[in-house]
Write a new protein. Structure first.
Length: 369
């Protein structure tokens, strides 16, 4: 069922036709509407898109509202605008306000850097900009919306064919930026050069940081893996489990682990924990934003990954992958399903994740330590 809030779109389209903005267009809007981890990875190539700005032109990055939690990774010179897509799709007042904000900004160039786009969300925002030029990649196929996505190609003055569906995000973005700018720059390694200031307590002789939580529950490794790992670590090791307090409420098995003598729970924000990641002896994380951040900051990182996103997110393409990360996953024939799993879930987990046994996790962690 279509959202009632979308009924205002034709009205705003008429307004754009009738209202003449007094000043010449100026500035760039870059839409990067992925999640927290996508924002970390996009920060690696953000400069390549912002370099399209002319003298004294402002560059604004539009992020999903939760993506702002990792926006500190972006270059400081970029302005950040956020949108709550849930409200945008249901709240008429909020939708109109966002459309007006984008239209009145009068951008010279609107860039959509997302391969997966929604015709009535981020593409509606591109339309609202009514920019002098609008550029995007050819959208990823989405059977539910393919007809509208095809029709929406008229919103863009140029469209880049970025290749096959399963492709590393950073490499895809790099090729897109090169195509727009007429350059041939190599994709950047997953490494943040931006300094992060912050205070950390004097750490123990050995510190292991664990992020066991994911927004996609099926990607989470069984808690028994972490319990076995914690018990196998040297006695002078402090284990820091990070996440939200609400995560502990949702997963009492993990809460019980935080009661062990060698374990502390750390609810720090991403920006707060960044300095600690830089000094950690090992970071163990499911495929989530903290994993990308840890790798980019140079921390020895073990990613406990599902095979669902192989080819797009994990493992990184060899041309961008640094030597401080190891991806542990079971490469089943169905790898790259993007979550459309052909197997029944096992205790709420993907079949490929269930293959990450405590023994495999412990052996790999001990090898890295």
């Amino acid at each position: 069922m279509a959202s009632l809030a979308r009924l205002i779109d034709p009205i705003h389209r008429l307004r754009r036709r009738l209202f003449r903005r007094p000043e010449p267009p100026k500035g760039i809007l870059i839409i990067s509407a992925g999640g927290l981890g996508d924002t970390v990875l996009f920060s690696l190539v953000a400069e390549r898109f912002s370099s399209l700005a002319g003298p004294r032109e402002l560059v604004t990055v539009l992020l999903r509202h939760d993506g702002v939690k990792t926006a500190f990774c972006l270059p400081d010179k970029l302005e950040v605008l956020t949108v709550n897509f849930g409200r945008f799709d249901k709240d008429i007042t909020y939708r109109w306000k966002m459309l007006e904000t984008l239209f009145k900004a009068n951008y010279r160039l609107a860039l959509s850097t997302d391969f997966l786009r929604h015709p009535f969300l981020d593409e509606t925002m591109i339309a609202a900009c009514d920019a002098l030029e609008a550029i995007a990649m050819k959208a990823r196929p989405w059977p539910k919306y393919d007809v509208q996505l095809t029709a929406n190609r008229r919103l863009f003055t140029r469209i880049f064919d970025s290749g096959e569906t399963r492709r590393d995000k950073v490499v895809r973005w790099n090729d897109f930026a090169n195509w727009i700018a007429g350059k041939e720059l190599l994709p950047p390694e997953v490494r943040l050069t931006k300094p992060f200031a912050g205070k950390t307590e004097e750490k123990a002789s050995r510190e292991v940081i664990i992020q066991p939580f994911s927004a996609i529950r099926a990607k989470q490794v069984a808690p028994a893996c972490y319990e076995t790992l914690i018990n196998a670590l040297p006695s002078n090791t402090v284990v820091r489990i990070t996440g939200l307090n609400s995560d502990l409420d949702a997963y009492p098995e993990i809460r019980r682990l935080t009661e062990l003598d060698s374990v502390v729970f750390d609810p720090s924000t991403f920006s707060e924990i960044a300095p600690r990641l830089q000094t950690a002896d090992l970071v163990i994380s499911v495929d989530t934003a903290l994993m990308h951040l840890a790798v980019a900051l140079g921390a020895p990182t073990l990613c406990l990954a599902s095979a669902a996103y192989v080819g797009e997110i994990v493992p990184y393409d060899p041309c961008i992958c640094p030597n401080n990360v190891t991806f542990l996953y079971e490469n089943l024939p169905c790898a790259g399903c993007l979550g459309d799993c052909i197997y029944p879930l096992i205790d709420g987990r993907y079949a490929c994740v269930e293959e990450l046994t405590p023994q495999r996790v412990v052996e790999q962690a001990q090898a890295m330590l």
